[in-house]
Design a protein around this ligand. Sequence first.
Ligand code: ZN
Length: 163
Amino acid sequence: MTFVELVLEVSECENVGNVSLPRDYEWAFSIMCTQCHHTHDKRIYLSQNTLVPGKNDRSEFHFYMKCKECKYDQSISILPKGSPYSLDVSGASKAKGGLARFECRHVEIKTWHMEDNIHATGFESSTVFEHIDLNDCWCDFDEKTGNNVMIEATQHSWKSVKE
Ligand SMILES: [Zn+2]
């Protein structure tokens, strides 16, 4: 069992309060089997709201399948603990922190395919911006504060954590 944290780094931004994901965010990942190193050829999708049964229906996961090569059970659970789904930026020009945690069994998440359903709030306003695609630069105008709001660059990485 491995616990991993997805770390989001916003390396250039202006007037952003926080960056977050909706609770029903659908994660899209590319995965690899840790037993036989086979890379699954399709993206997999999982979300907090959807549980699927494991092999004997005794347990449920957010993702479950059998590796097509080695037949090992593979599963991923989104950990509720320590998963704020939110990165506090507080108007700084950069920020870095954990966005979500996952418990992985016989599977390594190789890539997060960020989809365009990311949210941000304006700094010192409660303006919520939705459907942001962080694969590109994003900018908007916060009418409450009269400021431009911008996220120019992001990266993400994975780190091992204890539960
Ligand atoms: Zn395998």
